[in-house]
Write a protein that binds this ligand. Structure first.
Ligand code: KG4
Ligand code: ZN
Length: 352
């Protein structure tokens, strides 16, 4: 039949995601986002996100079942993101998944959100492989760079369900958060990432040399694979303030392009350093920031030069979604793992 039929629920941030897979086959990927409700605050408001999940949960489950053409009774298992993420938001997903599993008498699997992002790459379906990146099976080990508004993590994945190592992560802001904050500085609306990307297309990436966080020799000792974006954000703020005193109009395109270059450069440099150090010739990208044109371009150029195979799942699977959680759930079922039971809770700081 092509593997276990699994429904996955994801609510770690502002997306209510419900996906259904059969083994590696993607059957449904229903998403409801509360993004619009957060835009006037310039960032995700945890309480607003949790309430939105509550309202969206049942309709999103129904939409996913509809899309997949399956009934709840047919499911082999339920999977859910148990962390890391926003505590209240996670709790809604975990409670919904437990209720479903208990009500249906199906096994329940708790999945780490970051591992879920890697699981997105396994999925196969109509048109999914038209995106950038390699065709064919994901080979392991792989380095994974996961970049969104909530996380910026570099992982070494030796086995999807049993051996994932965190190499490094941001010590302050997530990269997407930096995009959102700098966009606000430049008077661009939320979410800022796509706006900066658009504006930067007409700018000179070398106009201003913004700092690359944690890349000095003294930083590299302790933070070789860690990221920092708050210094970069402050540096952009200072530059803008200083420029305003000149009375000249702000060269928004050049600032955006130079900022985008600094982020893309440091992300890809560190990811490829990990590939080189660990002799892993594969890099997998995930998270909403993967939509960034310069991040994609630089990843492609430098991976090719370094002889590293680049994998980028389609964007609909890079941003937070339930299908990636279902994908890991299906792997757990197939590998004969024990279900998680009902004893687990949402863990906002869950390690990999
Ligand atoms: O994965 P995602 O949809 O949701 C979570 O953060 O959980 O990522 C959203 C983040 C936002 O910070 C948004 O500004 C950023 O990804 N983003 C981008 C682009 N598109 C979305 N950042 C840079 N360039 C983009 N084109
Ligand atoms: Zn995510």
């Amino acid at each position: 039949r092509g593997g276990p039929l699994v429904l996955g629920i994801e609510t770690s941030c502002d997306e209510t995601g419900v996906g259904i897979v059969r083994g590696r086959r993607l059957l449904a990927n229903a998403i409801a986002s509360s993004m619009d409700e957060h835009s006037r605050f310039g960032g995700v408001v945890p309480e607003v996100a949790a309430r939105a999940h509550l309202e969206a949960m049942t309709p999103t489950i129904e939409r996913a079942l509809d899309e997949a053409g399956v009934t709840l009774d047919e499911l082999d298992a339920v999977a859910v993101t148990c962390g890391p993420g926003l505590a209240g938001a996670l709790m809604v997903g975990v409670a919904a998944a437990k209720a479903l599993a208990v009500g249906l008498g199906k096994p329940l699997y708790a999945v780490n959100h970051l591992v879920g992002h890697v699981g997105a790459d396994l999925l196969q379906g109509e048109g999914l492989r038209e995106a950038v990146g390699a065709v064919g099976e994901l080979e392991l080990p792989t380095v994974a760079l996961l970049v969104s508004g909530g996380h910026t993590s570099l992982l070494l994945v030796r086995d999807l369900v049993s051996d994932v190592e965190m190499l490094g992560e941001t010590i302050d802001d997530a990269a997407g958060e930096a995009f959102d904050k700098v966009a606000r500085l430049l008077g661009l609306p939320y979410p800022g990432g796509p706006q900066i990307d658009r504006v930067a297309a007409d700018g000179d990436p070398n106009a201003i040399r913004f700092p690359r966080g944690l890349t000095l020799p003294k930083d590299l000792e302790r933070h070789r694979y860690d990221f920092s974006f708050s210094g970069l954000k402050t540096s952009v703020a200072r530059w803008v303030e200083k420029h305003e005193q000149s009375g000249e109009p702000l060269p928004v395109a050049d600032v955006a392009a130079s900022f985008r270059e600094a982020v893309a450069d440091v992300l890809i440099t560190k990811a490829l350093a990990a590939c080189r150090d660990l002799a892993v010739p594969r890099l997998l990208l995930g998270g909403g920031v993967v939509a960034n044109a310069r991040v994609r371009e630089l990843a492609r150029e430098r991976c090719e030069a370094a002889g590293v195979e680049l994998r980028v799942p389609p964007l609909s699977l890079c941003t937070d979604n339930g299908a990636m959680i279902a994908s890991i759930g299906a792997q757990l079922v197939a590998a004969g793992h024990e279900p998680s039971g009902l004893g687990f809770g949402a863990d906002s700081t869950l390690p990999v």
